[in-house]
Design a protein around this ligand. Sequence first.
Ligand SMILES: NC(=O)c1ccc[n+]([C@@H]2O[C@H](COP(=O)([O-])OP(=O)(O)OC[C@H]3O[C@@H](n4cnc5c(N)ncnc54)[C@H](OP(=O)(O)O)[C@@H]3O)[C@@H](O)[C@H]2O)c1
Length: 264
Amino acid sequence: MKIGIIGAGNMGGAIACGLAASGKYKSGEIVCSNPTTAKLDKLKQQYDIIATTTNNIEAVKGADMVVVAVKPWLAEGVVKEIKQAFDTPGKMLVSVVADVPFATLREWVADVENQPAIFRVIPNTAISVGESMTFVAEDGATEEQTALVMKIFSLMGEAMLVNERVLEVGMVLASCGIAFALRYVRAAAEGGVELGIPAAQATQIVAATLKGAAELLLRNGSHPEQEIDKVTTAGGITIKGLNEMEHAGFTSAVIRGLKASAGK
Ligand SMILES: NC(=O)c1ccc[n+]([C@@H]2O[C@H](COP(=O)([O-])OP(=O)(O)OC[C@H]3O[C@@H](n4cnc5c(N)ncnc54)[C@H](OP(=O)(O)O)[C@@H]3O)[C@@H](O)[C@H]2O)c1
């Protein structure tokens, strides 16, 4: 199976690396294109099996799946440039472009005789370390095609099949969520420094703690409050700190931030 990836930036590069690292693809099955060569050379150095080109048409020639990973304002030109790749039935167009809905993507390929299955896939930047929370939505895809796309993106973290509406708001939790979680890390580390822990050590401690807290939820399938109960002894230090944070508006600040990002 050949996968053509258009754009070797953060997303395209991470997808190419994630696929190559999975060990499931042979040399030449992953082809990545980019107008400039520096990112392509870096990809090639990391994974020799990734084929690279500065020519988008070459990247999609004979591809079963085309992944478009360029900035939103370039997406229309790129999709229209490569739509000849959908010359036979059963092809897949995967867009990771955040702001372009199915209706627009369909319009861009409207004159193509064999309408491809279209997927909107929104990973977050943790895809570069194989820990993405990725949303997948489909339009006109068969069950087999959807299963394939889910399998591919599950190689690079957690993949969740949703409808387009959920994808739009879920992105706030998962993509913007990276920044929100990291701002907590920075705040907690700064508190640690004030308490006398060196900055680098404080950041490492908070990041590892956050990872452990997330694992408790993911592995136990528990509610956050159940895990919180386990560390809040009556009259103890954790509940004192937690309540102080709530007095300062912790939960409310998080909800307000999410709603602002979602434009609500
Ligand atoms: N970053 C995120 O967290 C995130 C999450 C979900 C979705 N997305 C979406 O992913 C898309 C890509 O974002 P990104 O962060 O990966 O951007 P990026 O790092 O800027 O990567 C875009 C790449 O596209 C290349 N490019 C420009 N014009 C091209 C063309 N005509 N043909 C082929 N490649 C071209 C650029 O090359 P040069 O730099 O050499 O010009 C660049 O390497 C965006 O639409 C964004 O909405 C991003």
